[in-house]
Write a protein that binds this ligand. Structure first.
Ligand code: ADP
Ligand code: MG
Length: 391
């Protein structure tokens, strides 16, 4: 009985926090308008709130809208109030934030991710960052409509996925890596068994034959952690056809490469890097930092034989997201991994609204993967790869 009573108020506070953070603006429009005197004209804009809600300070709440961070009129009463809300949110998911552990990263029951950090680490009072997931993931059609990728490039990626090429998607935070991974996964044939591994479940595969796994952070006593590496190793015992890792950050990178090299072809993952070349060095560094003592040449060999394609996603000036390169890895030459670009986005300038402008081009290189794709029974038009500007 006793446990019941506080639970209710926790739920109420949680609700309040979410409203304050504008998460539920969609469903409680009038409430939000009245309670916080948000001009109703800006409610239209609220519908466009992106995946991030960032509370820098009790009176500074930012949301991402149309790819840009914007200050909202939503405010908490004071630091104390914000702190209470944070406490209630993290307690609900079995975590706590106090002087001993002044930062916490937690997943809420709706799948959102919350990070809170309090003084003395946060100098201007408690700060909270909320990341919502998968409200309405963009589809392939959306990406094409937004001009993020021309149809030809998407069709090439589709063929590569169907032909079980191993793909690494690279990009900065918020550049659209996960969105692209989700879209590309749509091309995995329905009869194949896919296991997804993520730190925070975001992927929404449409196939019937999917098992979704998510890591678990340590509990309050610091025990019970399950890492991506643990999950990859477990996944290999689950008879997967393909493994999809949301983002490689640590030791799981090596297991992923090994899986790709040992029959789990058609696996995909993402990595945080600013170019395709950078992605390869990040992968090397990630493996080395995880403490594996593998000679660099052997590691590069492993990478070059595991990966077929590196796809770069980028958030350009002004906020538009584009696929800025698709590169093919062809092997090793001496100590170096050989890679060439098949498609590129060339930015030519910036328009009057501060948006990047440019064009997609095919570099004129016919991918070696064409053979693999043709062996999988698909026929690609030869002019796809002819050097040209793509319409
Ligand atoms: N091509 C795109 N056009 C417009 N918005 C996009 C595009 N790709 C992703 N987004 C949006 O950008 C945000 C970040 O995308 P996400 O795929 O999670 O990035 P990442 O995984 O690189 O951090 C999401 O709100 C997503 O809906
Ligand atoms: Mg992501």
């Amino acid at each position: 009985m006793e446990a019941q009573a506080p639970k209710k108020s926790v739920a109420r506070e949680y609700f309040e926090a979410i409203v304050l953070a504008v998460i539920l603006a969609l469903f409680f429009r009038t409430f939000v308008i009245e309670a916080f005197k948000i001009p109703s004209s800006s409610m239209e804009d609220n519908l466009l709130i992106g995946d991030h809600i960032l509370v820098n300070k009790f009176d500074k709440v930012y949301v991402e809208r149309r790819g840009q961070l914007e200050l909202t009129e939503v405010q908490f009463r004071d630091n104390q109030h914000l702190r209470q809300i944070i406490d209630r949110i993290v307690v609900q998911v079995g975590r706590r934030v106090d002087e001993i552990s002044p930062m916490v990263d937690a997943r809420l029951s709706d799948g959102s991710r919350v990070n809170a950090i309090i003084p003395p680490l946060a100098l201007d009072g408690p700060a909270m960052s909320i990341r919502r997931f998968g409200q309405n993931p963009l589809t392939i059609e959306d990406l094409i409509k937004h001009g993020s990728v021309p149809p030809v490039m998407m069709e090439f990626l589709a063929a590569a996925v169907q032909a079980r090429c191993n793909v690494l998607i690279s990009g900065g935070t918020g550049s659209g890596k996960t969105t692209l991974l989700n879209c590309m996964s749509r091309y995995v044939p329905v009869h194949e068994r896919v296991i997804t591994i993520e730190d925070a479940a975001e992927l929404q595969l449409q196939q019937p034959h999917v098992v979704r796994l998510e890591t678990r952070p340590p509990n309050i006593e610091g025990a019970g952690e399950v890492t991506q590496r643990d999950l990859v190793r477990n996944a290999l015992r689950m008879r997967p056809d393909r493994i999809i890792i949301g983002e490689v950050r640590s030791a799981e990178a090596l297991d992923m490469l090994q899986a790709m090299n040992t029959g789990h072809e058609g696996s995909m993952t993402t990595i945080h890097a600013n170019s395709a070349r950078d992605a390869l060095s990040r992968l090397e560094v990630t493996v080395s930092m995880a403490g594996f003592d593998i000679p660099i040449r052997a590691l590069r060999q492993q990478i070059s034989s595991a990966l077929n394609l590196v796809v770069q996603a980028q958030r350009l000036m002004g906020g538009r997201r584009k696929i800025t390169s698709i590169s093919e890895i062809t092997g090793m030459e001496g100590e170096q991994i050989q890679m060439h670009d098949l498609f590129l986005y060339e930015q030519t300038g910036v328009d009057e609204n501060g948006q990047a402008v440019g064009r997609f081009v095919a570099t004129g290189i016919r991918p070696r993967l064409v053979t693999k794709i043709e062996h999988a029974g698909m026929k690609l038009p030869t002019d796809w790869f002819a050097r040209r500007v793509i319409g």
